[in-house]
Design a binder for this molecule. Structure first.
Ligand SMILES: C[S@@+](CC[C@H](N)C(=O)[O-])C[C@H]1O[C@@H](n2cnc3c(N)ncnc32)[C@H](O)[C@@H]1O
Length: 304
C-alpha cells in the first residue's frame, strides 16, 4: 500500500489487525509467546519500543504511517518465512534484560532466568564472591544476567561457536560487562583441561544443546532458523550432557554445584543414569527439565 493511502490506526487497532493475520496462518508460537495476540504485541511493542506496563494508555496512541508500514511488512515476513520475531527485531528479553540476537544464536528462553531472579536460593549464596561458569553461552544471556544480578561474582562464559561468541561480545559490551564476563572459545571444558587449577567454580550453569534426533525432525520451521549447534545433541539428546556429567566435577570447588537444563531429555537422562541423585528444580513461571547436582554427587558417581 502507498504510504499516503495507509489509514490512521491506534496501537489497539493495529494490534488486532496483526493478531488476526497471525491467527489465520500456520505460524508456530514457539519463542516466548503462545498465542497470536501476544505475538503481535511482541512485534508492535518491540518495534515501537513501548512499555508493556503502560499498555492500557498506549493502546489509544496513533501509530505513525511509516511505522504501520514497517510493522505490516515485518508481520508479513514473520508469516512468509516463519522467522521468529526476536530475529526480525534483533531483540530478545531474558531475566528482565534486553539482548541483541540474530540467527547466530539461540533465542533466549531458558527457565534458568527464574533461578537467577531467585538468586539460586537455597542452593548457593550468591551474595558472596562466587566464581561462576556459563557453559554454552550463546547470546551471553545467562552469563550477563548473572553479572547484573550478582555484583560480587566473576563469570566465565564458554561457547564452541565463534559466531555465537561474536553476538555474546555485542551483548557484553551493550551491558558494560567487559570487566565481569570473560568469553572463552572451547569445546565444553577442553581448553581448561591443562590448567584445571585456574578454572575452579562455585557454580556451573549450562543450557546446552539437548534436542534428540526425533524432536529435531519434527520441530516447527521457526526452530530451523536457530543454529543447529545450539539444539541438536545426538540420537537421544544426551551427547552434550554426557560430557558435562563426566567432566564438570573436575572444575567445581568443594561445595560447588552444577545446574543444567535438559528439557524433554529429562526422561532419557534419568533412565541412563539411574544412580545419579538428580534434584529436579521447580519453576513458578513455567519450564522444567532443569537438574542440580553437587560436586560430591558427581565425584561419587564418577568413582564408580
Ligand atoms: C541451547 S543453546 C543455549 C544458549 C544460551 N545459553 C541460552 O540459554 O539462550 C546451547 C549453546 O551451546 C553451544 N554449544 C554447542 N556445543 C558446544 C560445545 N561442544 N562446547 C561449548 N558450547 C557448545 C551452542 O553454540 C549454543 O550457543
Amino acid at each position: 500500500m502507498n504510504q499516503s493511502t495507509t489509514p490512521l490506526m491506534t496501537v489497539e487497532v493495529l494490534l488486532k489487525d496483526i493478531a488476526r493475520q497471525f491467527y489465520e496462518t500456520d505460524i508456530a508460537f514457539s519463542h516466548g509467546t503462545d498465542n497470536a495476540v501476544d505475538e503481535a504485541a511482541y512485534l508492535i511493542f518491540g518495534y515501537l519500543k513501548l512499555d508493556h506496563d503502560s499498555a492500557e494508555t498506549i493502546y489509544q496512541r496513533i501509530v505513525a504511517k511509516n511505522d504501520i508500514k514497517a510493522i505490516k511488512s515485518m508481520a508479513a515476513k514473520r508469516i512468509d518465512s516463519k522467522l521468529p520475531i526476536a530475529y526480525i527485531l534483533n531483540q530478545a528479553w531474558f531475566a528482565g534484560l534486553e539482548f541483541f540476537v540474530d540467527e547466530r544464536v539461540l533465542i533466549p528462553r531458558s527457565p534458568i532466568a527464574e533461578l537467577i531472579h531467585n538468586r539460586f536460593r537455597p542452593w548457593i549464596n550468591m551474595d558472596q564472591d562466587q566464581r561462576v561458569l556459563d557453559l554454552g553461552t550463546g547470546s551471553g544471556c545467562i552469563a550477563i544476567a548473572m553479572a547484573v544480578y550478582f555484583t560480587n561474582a566473576s563469570i566465565d562464559a564458554v561457547d564452541f561457536s565463534p559466531e555465537a561468541l561474536e553476538v555474546a561480545a555485542i551483548n557484553v559490551k551493550q551491558h558494560s560487562m567487559e570487566n565481569r564476563v570473560r568469553l572463552i572459545k572451547s569445546d565444553f571444558f577442553d581448553v581448561f583441561c591443562d590448567a584445571k587449577d585456574l578454572y575452579q567454580y562455585d557454580l556451573i550453569v549450562s543450557n546446552p544443546p539437548y534436542v534428540d534426533k526425533n524432536d529435531i525432525s519434527i520441530m516447527p520451521q521457526e526452530f530451523h532458523h536457530e543454529p543447529i549447534i545450539g539444539l541438536a545433541s545426538g540420537d537421544d539428546g544426551l551427547d552434550s550432557v554426557n560430557i558435562i556429567l563426566r567432566d564438570a566435577g573436575d572444575y567445581l570447588r568443594e561445595n560447588g554445584v552444577l545446574i543444567v537444563e535438559v528439557g524433554n531429555s529429562q526422561w532419557a537422562l534419568q533412565e541412563k543414569y539411574p544412580k545419579l541423585p538428580f534434584v529436579w528444580l521447580d519453576f513458578e513461571m513455567g519450564g522444567n527439565g532443569v537438574f542440580l547436582l553437587t560436586k560430591e554427587d558427581l565425584d561419587n558417581h564418577n568413582k564408580l
